[in-house]
Design a protein around this ligand. Structure first.
Ligand code: ZN
Length: 73
């Protein structure tokens, strides 16, 4: 299974374009999390990310990758 297949499998069709995912937020909103392959970091469109440069949407994406690959913190 290649990386893209794994991503599609993990997010069950939620993937829209390469390196970009929709994550369910609170109050029924959906946020877009992007992986910047040049800067090698995630970004999110929610206020939490804008103010703190991190948020639980990004955590949710990165945690599911860690689980997928068995990477321990
Ligand atoms: Zn977010």
């Amino acid at each position: 299974m290649n990386l893209l297949d794994k991503i599609i499998d993990t997010f069950d069709g939620e993937i829209m374009i390469d390196n970009q995912w929709r994550v369910d937020g609170s109050n029924g909103k959906k946020y877009t999390v992007k992986w910047d392959k040049f800067h090698r970091n995630y970004s999110c469109e929610c206020l939490g990310y804008i103010y703190r440069r991190r948020c639980r949407h990004i955590t949710q994406i990165s945690d599911s990758f860690k689980k997928q690959y068995g990477v321990k913190k």
